[in-house]
Ligand binder design. Sequence first.
Ligand code: NAG
Ligand code: NAG
Ligand code: NAG
Ligand code: NAG
Ligand code: NAG
Ligand code: NAG
Ligand code: CA
Ligand code: CA
Length: 783
Amino acid sequence: MTLRSNLLVVPWPVRRTSSYLLPLLLLLLLHAWRGSCHPQCLDYKPPFEPHRPLVFCKEYSKFGCCDLEQDEEVSTRFYTVMDFFDYSGFTACGKFIRSILCQECSPYAAHLFDAEDANTPMRVLPGLCRDYCSDYWHQCRYTLSLALEVLGGTARAQGLVGSPAQITNLTLGLEEDRGAFCDFLELKDKQYCYPNVLSNAELNANLGSVREDSEGCLELCLQEVANGLRNPVAMIHANDGSHRFFVAEQLGYVWVYLANGSRVDRPFLNLTQAVLTSPWAGDERGFLCIALHSSFTTVRKAYVYYSVSVKKQEKIRVSEFTLSTHDVNQLDHASERTILEVAEPASNHNGGQLLFGEDGFLYIFIGDGGRAGDPFGKFGNSQNKSTHLGKALRIDVNDNDDAAPYSIPSDNPFLAEPNAMPEIYAYGVRNMWRCSVDRGDTATGRGRGRLFCGDVGQNKYEEVDLVVKGGNYGWRAKEGFSCYDRKLCKNSTLDDILPIFAYPHKLGKSVTGGYIYRGCQMPNLNGLYIFGDFMSGRLMSLKENTTTGEWHYNEICMGKDQTCRFPKLINSYYKYIISFAEDEAGELYFLATGTPSASARAGVIYKITDPSKRAPPGKCSIKPAPVKVKGKLVHFHPKEEFVINKKPTTTAAPTTTTRKTTTTTRKTTTTTRKATTTTRKATTTAATQTMAQRTMTRKTATAARKTTTTRATPIAQITMATTTGRRPTVAAIRPSDRPTTRPSFKANGRKAPTTSLGVASSHRPGLLIFLLCAPFSLSAFAP
Ligand SMILES: *[C@@H]1O[C@H](CO)[C@@H](O)[C@H](O)[C@H]1NC(C)=O
Ligand SMILES: *[C@@H]1O[C@H](CO)[C@@H](O)[C@H](O)[C@H]1NC(C)=O
Ligand SMILES: *[C@@H]1O[C@H](CO)[C@@H](O)[C@H](O)[C@H]1NC(C)=O
Ligand SMILES: *[C@@H]1O[C@H](CO)[C@@H](O)[C@H](O)[C@H]1NC(C)=O
Ligand SMILES: *[C@@H]1O[C@H](CO)[C@@H](O)[C@H](O)[C@H]1NC(C)=O
Ligand SMILES: *[C@@H]1O[C@H](CO)[C@@H](O)[C@H](O)[C@H]1NC(C)=O
Ligand SMILES: [Ca+2]
Ligand SMILES: [Ca+2]
């Protein structure tokens, strides 16, 4: 909802019936600000950096709530008011009127206009500080009615109704009495009232940057995108303009979601019959990944990675399916063609990542085979290039219709090495769980094609790797930065590549690799690698210092208090973070569940959102290509709720084991959820109703005019659905209860010493500085 009004260009004497008196009075009665405040616009969205600098409200050119178009509207309103002034009136009052009208462009507009609190009606004029109000009263008190008149359209746009006459009477009374005048205009909050809000160094220093809590944790919010999923292991897009996404469940289903959130009720793929898995919490076998051909619009093929039992031998299988010729939302189930099978010596560590690189080749990430400590052979599988286990493979599946299912790219790194498997791209991998390709910086292309993976550790460290051709990622010689097998670790031929980051097990016990954010909607997050931990539920981020190549760590936590109080946003999630995803536009998501069992419908997809800054309106609009849907659609109904300072009711957490131990636990807990929704309404009093029916006169600074109205008007009302109440269930992470451990982390680039590198420095505030908004100057009167 923008503040646009046709009324504003209507010549002054042409009055329309409106009533904003009541809300104004209500405001006096009910005004009470609760809770902290944060940058937010009148449309209940985060502020932004306008495409083009503003001309009128220049102080909000860099960051605020107006684009150039809104700025022009504010300017029009200003001149509408100023038409009533002679030169001296213009000089005396122009600056007040300008500043007051420009506050809808302030990044704190929602606060200044009381739009954030559903219990109070929105103000028609922004809340002023007492001293400023006194000045205003002394110099230009008779402009109040004009300003209110001009903003009347705004009031109506906000759903307020009333009559100009009411305003007139109100302002007549107010204009004579400084106390009443400033009671009316004052915002009690001394830090946030205008103009104090501009000079508050603390507020403005990091305005527009990702909000950090006192410990450097980045406060982000989430949006629920899908729910009821059974261990959702992967979410991908087709890169075909449809903006569909495809979500895989561990038990062997892949579902199509349309751009508008509806799900096609027939599965894209139903492999449940063939997939080997179980409902045990922590079973690592199952349908683990799907990748669509990198030229999916022309090569209509999908690749899948799943566990299978062949003659009682457990294997992982990578196979190819072709899109159905009569339904773009379904694979041809009869078209399966096996690409690769690898025997699995144990039920854990099955890897499970498939993706297409920038080079158009298919990458396959296979675990070390299982058990603990990579016990197979003389020095384990991962360092043994004669096996596919413990490797990242790279194959060419292009043009395979009349030939072998795949060929070996001619520059694979170990083709010349006797006994080495030709598919190997990198080795020394333990159990890479979730890898992604960097799209590169949207402006410079920097980073494009980089391959990031989370490699799950043994019993001490979890790591994030930047995977390059021929690289040895160290396992089982090393776990993270430290030696695991001392003898192998000391071998000078190891020549391994250290992780870009590793964290100890007190922070989490099973890394889930994520993505570098390259989307459009969250400009602050550009270049941030966002990942998580399956066991602890910790969300984390790494930011590269492009000068030094070092990666700096910041935890990500959920925005507290009002920070996530935007429509549709939530600030809690289920803690078992299974996977991350990006959509066609590059926006980031993660998939988590409250009950990590392939049979529990407790999985939710969350979109990651930065409440501090959004892209300017219109910049990120997409137009999904139409998709022909056969069969029925299932509409999305969000279930998760915004939590505010509330200790949740928590039932016993489900028992589970990590991906890297053999699972024997068979307990799963399911819970039911309850949501309470309350709708709040602004109430009115009888007194205000009587007043609404009076006739009044009005005076302005330059002209005295008479207006009469006898029209009684409806009661002001703002109805705003606000959800509160319990946020249920198992193992969720909320702003109030994120893990408190404050660890010493490790991070570095290639070939650092094998000892831990503390990066206590990564907690330095301001590592993520996007200082977009210099402190405002009160350059008063621009035009
Ligand atoms: C989503 O889009 C599909 C196809 O365009 C349409 O049939 C369906 O009704 C839409 N769903 C919603 C909730 O708008
Ligand atoms: C999936 O396939 C299995 C058997 O192969 C069948 O029993 C089940 O109903 C199918 N599910 C759906 C949703 O089509
Ligand atoms: C390497 O793996 C191959 C295939 O599993 C196996 O035959 C061989 O013995 C292993 N080599 C060592 C040194 O363990
Ligand atoms: C070092 O590793 C190589 C193979 O990776 C092996 O041939 C050699 O024997 C090892 N040296 C020692 C001292 O273990
Ligand atoms: C990158 O590191 C260098 C050297 O430590 C430092 O001077 C610089 O401020 C860092 N850049 C950022 C963006 O943090
Ligand atoms: C204006 O409102 C006051 C109450 O604030 C009332 O006493 C007065 O009669 C009204 N004036 C007119 C002209 O209706
Ligand atoms: Ca295995
Ligand atoms: Ca490693």
